[in-house]
Design a protein around this ligand. Structure first.
Ligand code: HC1
Length: 570
């Protein structure tokens, strides 16, 4: 280990550490705007400057390697002034719109300005004449608010392998650009929102659907149904100060009722439904090879769908034909539920609360809906729902626990798993194994598909036949599996892909921060939800069995195909 002295205190750090690592090891919190626990980006903001070995001049601690015997000074008038100048230069090109900014109160730039005691901007404002990009249905970019930290560039390029964003221009004109300076809607962007999670300011945020939801709730003619994704119940409380991984399903339902939604349903019900439809489809593909290509790949993550459409359109036939669960639930609300309640579907609004920015795009896709009617009318991110709860003055922590409404609110533990990487695969294996073998006590937990490695694989023996499966989360990891398929070398029959690291619990609509450590806690909570359920296999869901009896017939029936399946074409 390397011995370093920080402000007179000895610490030891592993070889390869930076001065910033050593400083943190010494318990000193130097300010920084470009450093991020999951990313490698270094040296952009210059706020973490320190003095090293008593030399004149300051260095950025995040990009300076330690050496044995190094002495570091982290504070003093020279360091204080250097940090303030760097910050004030950033503020000189940053619009002072804090009261109306989405990130106000959670903005790292705002927090650092407060911390460094900067009360006035010393330098003449030189705002970039940048126009907000509102072309995409999911994400808004406001380049004027950008502080050029480059975190978005790293996550887009290195983690997601999308490279929709990159540094462009020089000097004062430097900015984060897109291909030919086009809008996000015109470039190959997956709309996963990982850039948004990485952004320290409000330069990237979601397209706001709260206003259209308030209007629907306020309209006495409309019957507004809300549904919540598996990941919301393990992350919403973070927006109200709770520790990551707290499960607040009942409070979430209570909050939605108090906001004025007429019916509170659970996307998890439709996750169970997806397992029956997708499991049936998979068994069909296994038994009749040649009709539809193997491996079959899951299709519930809309950022992933957009990625394959942009980069591997020739492989679209590998996608399951299942719509994603919240679209399935939307389709059922406007048909099955409307008929049951003898309601005109045109009076119904379906709102999905999702951890995902790409779901806003998905809801507007022409494939989702029929007869001029959308399956889903608005998509709120977890953060938007938290904003609505705050605006309504609801004290989230003191809410009672309430249950989802019937019949589309009942779900099994398998459905809960959808929120975490590997979960769709595990849920599918539970049902496929049970259906194919007919065994009374089929295995429940398939540990081989759990975990956090970006790529995982397993071989499951079902009735003597080996089924090889793989799981990828994060689009860079998905690319590895797609390249194998494109080269004709994929050994798998079934693949789960989720666009976001960690799966949906790491979606671009989740509370910020959303680091690897926080994602781990949310995943553990997802598994706890599964374990808490009396029923843990999708096909055991009695409300689902009733739906098939009363309305859909069998998995894969004509009506099921009409409402619950789709096709993506190049
Ligand atoms: Fe997901 Fe899904 S699990 S896509 O990851 O299949 O967003 O949470 O809602 O629809 O069920 C997201 C989560 C979510 C759908 C389900």
């Amino acid at each position: 280990r390397i011995a370093v002295t920080v402000d007179g205190r000895p610490v030891s750090v592993p070889p390869g550490s930076t001065v910033l690592d050593a400083v943190r090891q010494a318990g000193v919190d130097v300010p920084t705007l470009c450093s991020h626990p999951d990313l490698l980006i270094r040296g952009s903001c210059r706020l973490c400057v320190v003095s090293v070995d008593g030399k004149p001049g300051l260095v950025a601690s995040c990009e300076t390697p330690v050496h044995d015997g190094m002495t570091v000074r982290t504070f003093g008038a020279d360091i204080q002034e250097a940090r303030r100048v760097s910050l004030e230069l950033l503020l000189a090109r940053h619009p002072m719109e804090c009261p109306i900014c989405e990130r106000s109160g959670h903005c790292e730039l705002q927090a650092v300005a407060q911390r460094l005691g900067v009360r006035a901007a010393r330098f003449t404002p030189m705002l970039l004449p940048a126009v907000a990009d509102r072309t995409s249905p999911s994400i808004v970019r406001e380049p004027a608010r950008c502080i050029l930290c480059r975190r978005c560039v790293e996550v887009c390029m290195d983690v997601q392998s999308v490279a929709a964003l990159f540094p462009a221009g020089r000097g004062y004109q430097t900015h984060i650009g897109t291909f030919m300076e086009s809008g996000l809607a015109q470039v190959a962007c997956a709309l996963c929102g990982q850039c948004l999670l990485a952004c320290p300011t409000g330069a990237i945020h979601e397209v706001d659907h709260t206003e259209r939801v308030w209007q629907a709730i306020a309209d006495p003619e409309r019957h507004v149904v809300v549904q919540t994704a598996p990941a919301i119940r393990v992350s919403l409380a973070e927006a109200f100060g709770a520790a990551p991984g707290e499960i607040t399903t009942g409070k979430m339902v209570a909050a939605l009722r108090r906001l004025g939604f007429d019916e509170v349903f659970d996307t998890n019900f439709a996750a169970d439904l997806t397992i029956l439809e997708e499991g049936h489809e998979f068994i069909g593909r296994l038994l009749s090879p040649g009709q539809s290509p193997l491996p079959m790949i899951t299709s519930c993550s809309p950022g992933w769908i957009k990625f394959i459409e942009h980069f591997y359109p020739q492989l679209l036939g590998h996608l399951s034909s299942c719509k994603s669960p919240h679209e399935m639930l939307g389709a059922l609300v406007k048909t099955y539920y409307a008929e049951k309640r003898e309601m005109d579907p045109a009076r119904l609004s379906v709102v999905s609360v999702m951890p995902c920015t790409a779901k806003k795009f998905e809801a507007e896709r022409p494939e989702m809906g029929r007869d001029g009617m959308r399956d889903v009318d608005a998509v709120l991110t977890t953060r938007e729902l938290a904003r609505m709860i705050r605006e309504a003055g609801i004290d989230f922590a003191s809410l009672p626990e309430e249950d989802f409404d019937e019949p589309l609110g009942l779900s099994t533990g398998a459905a809960a798993l959808f929120g975490a990487t590997g979960g769709v695969m595990e849920a599918a294996l539970r049902t496929v194994y049970a259906v194919v073998t007919g065994k009374e006590a089929p295995p429940l937990e398939f540990a081989a598909v759990r975990g956090i490695d970006g790529l995982r694989e397993a071989e499951i023996r079902i009735n003597g036949q080996a089924v090889r499966v793989a799981v990828a989360h994060g689009l860079g990891n998905a690319r590895v599996l797609l390249d194998q398929i494109a080269e004709g070398k994929s050994p798998y029959q079934f693949i789960e892909v989720m666009a976001c690291p960690g799966g949906c619990i790491g979606g671009g609509g989740q509370p910020i921060p959303s680091t690897k450590e926080i994602r781990g806690r949310r995943i553990r909570a997802i598994h706890a939800v599964d374990e808490s359920k009396a029923l843990r296999r999708s096909h055991e869901n009695p409300a689902l069995q009733q739906l098939y009896r009363e309305y859909l017939g069998e998995p894969g029936s004509e009506r099921a195909h009409h409402l619950l399946h789709t096709h993506y074409t190049p």
